[in-house]
Design a protein around this ligand. Structure first.
Ligand code: KG4
Ligand code: ZN
Length: 348
């Protein structure tokens, strides 16, 4: 008999409720994916304001849940298990989702699973492309994280093989957008502006690609500083900033480093599949360059559609379904949020 899993996401500025059906053969089907975003409330601050995000989750939780059940054509009593993001993320924001999930689980008398947001970004790909091969390599690129992960089992065994030593890739997009006078979040407007620019116009640095640098770690703060210096220099000379060229050249530097390191990691570990997920995976140049380099290296590339790449509840429901299918023990009702939950802790 198939089971219905509800997923609750509230780690940052998106309140997400997802509903999936876990079939007996282990495949997971998406039934509803409702998201309420507070991004507009943060835009004028140029970044997420934690207190504002927490309050927005509180207001959006019940209406978003109602919408998800309406979309799926299900009743709450149809739910067999609830998964919730236990971390990593903003403490106050996480607490709203964890508290809501506990209340729903207690009221419905169903098991509760606290799960990892980062693992959710990878698990979501199974909703679009089916079961993940074991092992596979995941490149997770979001506003808060930039990591290369070896995934042996999405429900239990994920190992970090590299990560950023400073800014996350998405954070670099957001900061560079601000320098160029583009709105927050910076990824989409830079992606758009770059289409009219020349990616070779300015030779921005490729961070951590020197012979003595850790092979699979990333650094984006030097790139951000290089863009800032370049823009300041042009302004000091009274020149107009060629926004499209700066955006395209910056974007090329980010996509170049991310794809080069991911393909190298896959090749050196003999892994045949690369999954790219997280908000920055929605970037058009990152996916086209990854497609080209993976094809050259004989690696299968999987990138979920943009809607699944950014934060949502379906990714948490999908991970919850894999955790349930693997027979993992549920969390206790005194589960707490862990803002710094490591990716190796897939469920807690
Ligand atoms: O995964 P996500 O929705 O939230 C976090 O967990 O952080 O990622 C948000 C990040 C933001 O920094 C945003 O600028 C970036 O993803 N982003 C993009 C694009 N769309 C969103 N970055 C580059 N190109 C895009 N098209
Ligand atoms: Zn995320």
């Amino acid at each position: 008999m198939s089971r219905i899993i509800m997923g609750v996401e509230s780690s940052c500025d998106e309140t997400g409720i997802g509903l999936v059906r876990l079939h007996d053969d282990g495949t997971v089907e998406l039934l509803a994916d409702e998201v309420a975003s507070s991004v507009e409330q943060h835009a004028r601050f140029g970044g997420v304001v934690p207190e504002v995000a927490s309050r927005a989750h509180l207001e959006a939780m019940v209406p978003t849940t109602r919408r998800a059940f309406t979309t799926a054509g299900l009743e709450m009593s149809d739910v067999d298990a609830i998964a919730v993001t236990a971390g990593p993320g903003l403490a106050g924001a996480l607490l709203v989702g964890v508290s809501a999930a506990k209340a729903y689980a207690a009221a419905l008398g169903v098991p509760l699973y606290g799960v990892n947001h980062l693992a959710g970004h990878i698990a979501v790909d199974t909703l679009q492309h089916g079961p993940l091969p074991s092992p596979c390599l995941a490149l997770l690129v979001s506003g808060g994280h930039t990591q290369l992960l070896r995934v042996d089992d999405i429900a239990g065994k994920i190992t970090e093989i590299g990560s950023t030593v400073d800014d996350a890739a998405g954070e670099a997009y957001d900061k560079v957008a601000r320098l160029l006078g583009l709105p927050y979040p910076g990824g989409p407007p830079i992606d758009k502006a770059a289409k009219a620019g020349d990616p070779q116009a300015i030779a921005f640095p490729r961070g951590m690609t020197g012979p003595r640098d850790a092979k699979f770690d990333f650094s984006f703060s030097g790139l951000k500083t290089a863009v800032a210096r370049w823009v300041e220099g042009a302004q000091a000379r009274g020149e107009e900033i060629p926004v499209a060229d700066v955006a395209a050249s910056f974007q090329e530097a980010v996509a170049d480093v991310l794809t080069a390191k991911a393909v190298r990691a896959a090749t050196e570990s003999g892994i045949g599949t690369l999954v790219i997920s997280g908000g920055v995976a929605a970037n058009s140049r990152l996916s086209s360059l990854a497609a080209q380099r993976c094809a050259e290296a004989g690696i299968e590339l999987r990138v979920p559609r943009p809607r699944l790449c950014t934060d949502n509840g379906a990714m948490i429901a999908a991970l919850g379904a894999h955790v349930v299918a693997a027979g993992c023990a549920p969390s206790s009702l005194d589960l707490s949020a862990n803002p710094a939950l490591p990716v190796s802790a897939v469920s807690v």
